[in-house]
Design a protein around this ligand. Structure first.
Ligand code: RRO
Length: 300
């Protein structure tokens, strides 16, 4: 029996991955069927795809910070056709529901992606990534409530599948953006994407990252993420998927106490690819010891 439902999709537990932080296809190659037997997450969120293929940003793409990292990956992906032909057939073999993350450079592009991905039976939900910090235009739809509402309104009629809007912490008022997404028909919101950041090469004083700036993630941003999750959960009725530096069951429980229905693990999976399972087990132990935590039989 499913432990919870998220937007009507039964999940065996509340621990997801953050988009782009776990390469399930490479992990399957490395670990074989053992990956399926002990899959680290209760639903799998794909790396964000775009309409056209992208190379991503020039290297270097990562910088380690105290208790975190900065990435400037720049959305490398095969594009919609390549994803449907090459990645989707691999991802459907995963033993958990599949969430496909999409990002468009315009509302029409986003709508095209949502229509094409949404019609595939293998896809349980879609994530609208309106919050990537590493695009060359510098424009982030999700920084503005009105832009976010227009994007969600534009794509809403393209699919009956649940739409999860991924929010940026780089907004003046993330709760206002969440409310705008909800008003336009989003079924859930997830947050936080990464905080905009920068590192300089100590030798040259020039930006270290090939994309000059990047997105900060990991424990360094957890307190900020927790506050934003609490603010958003206090403002919307739809489920909230909370993430930002979660590295233990105790920390996952904090996000649930702050109002999240589910949590996602991101940077911690780079350190330990099995972190999702460990954190889920720690969270379940905490739930049992408390007896009442809402992860055992929740329907949203
Ligand atoms: O690919 C990236 O550089 C990236 C994406 Br799409 C995102 O949503 N968040 C992030 O930190 N990096």
């Amino acid at each position: 029996m499913a432990a919870l439902e998220l937007c009507g999709v039964p999940l065996r537990g509340p621990v997801l991955n953050g988009s782009g932080t776990f390469d399930a296809i490479a992990a399957r190659r490395a670990f074989g069927d053992a990956l399926f037997e002990r899959f680290p997450f209760d639903a799998f969120v794909s790396k964000t795809i775009t309409l056209e293929p992208r190379q991503g940003n020039p290297p270097p793409r990562l910088w380690e910070t105290p208790a975190g990292m900065i990435n400037s990956i720049g959305l490398p992906n095969r594009g919609l056709e390549g994803f449907l032909a090459c990645d989707l057939p691999e991802l459907v073999r995963l033993p958990v529901p599949l969430v496909v993350s999409v990002m468009g450079f315009s509302r029409d592009e986003l709508a095209q992606l949502v229509a094409a991905v949404g019609e595939r039976d293998e896809v349980a939900m879609l994530e609208l990534n309106v919050s990537c910090p590493n695009v060359e235009t510098g424009l982030v739809m999700g920084a503005d409530p009105a832009e976010t509402a227009l994007a969600v309104e534009r794509v809403r009629s393209e699919t009956a599948k649940p739409l999860v809007v991924k929010l940026t912490p780089n907004a003046t008022d993330p709760a206002a953006v969440a409310a705008a997404a909800e008003g336009a028909g989003a079924d859930a919101v997830s947050l936080v994407n990464t905080l905009k950041g920068m590192a300089l090469d100590p030798e040259t004083g020039e930006p270290w990252l090939g994309g000059r700036t990047g997105g900060v993630s990991g424990p360094a941003i957890r307190a900020i993420a927790l506050e934003q999750v609490a603010a958003v959960a206090g403002r919307v009725e739809i489920p909230v998927i909370g993430m930002g530096g979660i590295a233990s069951g105790r920390q996952a429980a904090d996000f649930i106490d702050a109002g999240a229905t589910a949590v996602a693990i991101g940077t911690e999976s780079f350190r330990d690819p099995a972190a999702g399972r460990r954190i889920a087990a720690e969270l379940a132990d905490l739930s049992l010891s408390r007896g009442t935590r809402a992860t055992s039989s929740m329907t949203v």
